[in-house]
Ligand binder design. Structure first.
Ligand code: ATR
Length: 292
């Protein structure tokens, strides 16, 4: 492949803003998708310091950069720099996708779409079910609003720091009429019917780490499906324990892929069909696991 196949005068530039950004998988993901879809795109990482996101985006807009993903720690800070914010992103209180518009960037949240897709692929409905969310950080917000949007029967937030759990409960209750409990990990065995569990803590994350936020694996006996947002290691202890107890166990890599595909669809006004999505997912999963 020659350089003219990669970048030329008509190339549309996209990127991801975060800090740190060196370990992001998004450049590989987005450049692979663009190539497969036949778009002339270059997607690059941009490191921005906290407090400087607004200035960075003003420059980016003037340069005509077509869109961004936004990652840790800027998903909230970026909201003050946008000319419009999609309703779903407003509910979640975080933005991970920016699209160039005439007057400035518009913000979206595709993390929630990626998480929702994980359930859709497995044909798992959330409606009327007890959804247990482990953790109350940024990723838990998307999980809680997904549960609310899909009319979960009730929501249980399990978190180490009760105050953070309470804050997530208050944010979610603005959009959800069902019951929301906030409990500690010690109380997890008391949940009556934990049908769906979404693991959003950083416990178990990291090469060679083998830890789970759920100590007693009998917990999984009544669980139908779990999603772990962690994907390094590929199979976490949490996922492995859940699988052993017969649950559908969904790896966080799928959420990463489907949030990326949803961002791509927003930027290019296209729909990537299920078959193509699966093909891209498998190609990227092969690449990711081969690199480990
Ligand atoms: P993200 O934005 O990726 O969700 P985050 O905002 O830093 O990351 O949130 C990390 C979550 O993991 C938090 O809910 C945190 O619990 P606290 O609210 O008590 O800080 C949770 N977490 C991190 N380490 C943990 C541990 N060792 N045990 C239990 N929960 C942990």
């Amino acid at each position: 492949m020659s350089i003219t196949d990669l970048v030329n005068g008509k190339t549309k530039v996209f990127g991801i803003i975060g800090n740190p950004i060196e370990h992001s998988f998004s450049p590989i993901l987005q450049n692979t998708v663009a190539k497969e879809m036949g778009e002339n795109v270059a997607y690059v990482p941009f490191k921005a310091e906290s407090g400087e996101v607004k200035t960075a985006l003003e420059g980016a807009f003037r340069l005509g950069i077509c869109g961004f993903n936004v990652t840790v720690p800027h998903k909230k800070e970026v909201m003050e720099s946008l000319v419009a914010i999609d309703d779903l992103a407003l509910k979640i209180g975080a933005v991970n996708t920016l699209k160039y518009t005439e007057n400035g960037y518009k913000g979206y949240n595709t993390d929630i779409l990626g998480l929702g897709k994980c359930f859709d692929i497995e044909g798992i409905s959330i409606k009327g079910k007890t959804v247990v969310i482990l953790g109350a950080g940024g990723a838990a917000n998307s999980a809680a609003i997904l549960a609310a949007e899909r009319e979960a029967g009730n929501i249980v937030i399990v978190n180490r720091t009760k105050a953070n759990g309470q804050a997530l409960k208050e944010q979610t209750a603005r959009y959800y009429n069902g019951n929301i409990d906030v409990i500690s990990f010690d109380e997890i065995m008391n949940i009556e019917n934990p049908e769906i569990v979404i693991q959003t803590t950083s416990v178990g994350m990291g090469e060679g780490v083998w830890a789970s936020p759920v100590e007693n694996t009998l917990f999984f006996k009544k669980v139908q499906a779990v999603v772990d947002i962690v994907y390094t290691p590929w199979q976490t202890k949490f996922l492995s324990d859940a699988k052993e107890r017969g649950c559908v166990a969904i790896n966080g890599f799928d959420m990463l892929i489907y949030q990326g595909l949803a961002s791509y669809e927003i930027w290019h006004d296209v729909k990537i069909d299920d078959e193509k999505s699966k093909e891209l997912r498998n190609e990227l999963a092969d690449y990711y696991t081969a690199k480990r």
